[in-house]
Design a protein around this ligand. Structure first.
Ligand SMILES: [Zn+2]
Length: 60
C-alpha cells in the first residue's frame, strides 16, 4: 500500500489517501483536488504530481 497526506502539497489539508499503487494514489488525489481544492483541469499539474510522488510512502 502507498499512503499520502494531502498536507504535503496543500498545507493544512487533513486528507490522507491510501491505495495499492502510486497511479491509484494519484487518481484519488485528483478526485480530492477537484472537490476540495478547486482543481478545474482534468489532470493535476506535473509539479503537483511530482510532489505527491515525493511525499508518498509505503505502508503495510
Ligand atoms: Zn487536500
Amino acid at each position: 500500500m502507498k499512503e499520502f497526506d494531502c498536507a504535503d502539497v496543500v498545507p493544512g489539508c487533513e486528507a490522507r489517501f491510501r491505495a495499492g499503487s502510486s497511479e491509484e494514489l494519484i487518481a484519488l488525489g485528483t478526485v480530492h483536488a477537484h472537490w476540495a481544492h478547486g482543481l478545474t483541469e482534468p489532470e493535476m499539474p506535473p509539479e503537483v504530481i511530482a510532489a505527491i510522488h515525493a511525499g508518498m510512502r509505503d505502508v503495510a
